[in-house]
Design a protein around this ligand. Sequence first.
Ligand code: PMP
Length: 341
Amino acid sequence: MTAKQSVVDAIGNTPLIRLRHASEATGCEIYGKAEFMNPGQSVKDRAARQMILEAEKRGDLKPGGLIVEGTAGNTGIGLALVGKARGYRVLIVIPETQSQEKKDMLRLSGATLIEVPAKPFKDPNNYQKVALRLAESLRKTEPNGVLFADQWNNLDNRNAHFQTTGPEIWDATDGRVDGFICSVGTGGTLAGTSTYLRKQNPSVTIGCADPEGAAMFSLFTTGEAKASPGNSITEGIGLGRSTPIVGDIIVDKSYIVPDTEALPVVFDLIQHEGLVLGGSSGINVAGAIRLAKDLGPGHTIVTILCDLGTRYQSKLFNPEFLRSKDLPVPEWLESQPDIVV
Ligand code: PMP
């Protein structure tokens, strides 16, 4: 019987999809891992499941317990869905700047949401620090205990990708993968997947695609985490410091990918591939194209299609929002009249 026992078992085993336009443009074979096909529609379902199941095994989560996390949204959606399936309540602290669609989905999934003003990590009121303080204070009153998921420091996040994403990519390409590249939110995807692929074949080239304003390009090229100039409208990526997860990743090729390069890729994926994806997928595919150009024709390169574009309808696909950020608006997005009969 192949039936799944619960939504928890439906996470992972996503398809690897050839990106025709990017492949033809570079002479490489570029594939995207369809993480938007997870039940919570993002790559973060894997980390959420691993953090919950491992906490259960350690005895850190008891039936009816409360899970607390600071998240840009996708981890929270994964925690909420797996939490529902396994009988936990979920409390999420989220920067108010994140898309309305993600907040709506979090509430719909049963999470309690605390929206806080967006502050840099060094600020005591940064959402991750507010979440930690909340978890500590709730521990005093919660009868069934509190788990602070702590995705930036929790190695279960990275192990989720070592145990699932990496092996799935290896199997789907019959081991013929020359390069793997993605962006970093916590770095769980990049660290876990690259460690697995390198273990199979030490000569796989590992790349990082960093949005403007993040510090991974600097960390992986100089060893020091210094933010690059500029900023990005992408959500869920753009880490500004070294952490236990990203501190020891070995990256061969790092690129800073500006939004002006990533957004046309997001639009191109819709027009040429039939894939409606979020901004971090645009950064990733743009990074895969750069890596393909560096490696030269004939190589197989894999990246991550992190989540769905519908999660950002009010931003990425809203001409007014794009114009307010001085970003290009494709003609077809301006003129999509409904036909009423
Ligand atoms: N893309 C999106 C849309 C995300 O929400 C995240 C996680 N915040 C990532 C990419 C990056 O994943 P990771 O935390 O594994 O680096």
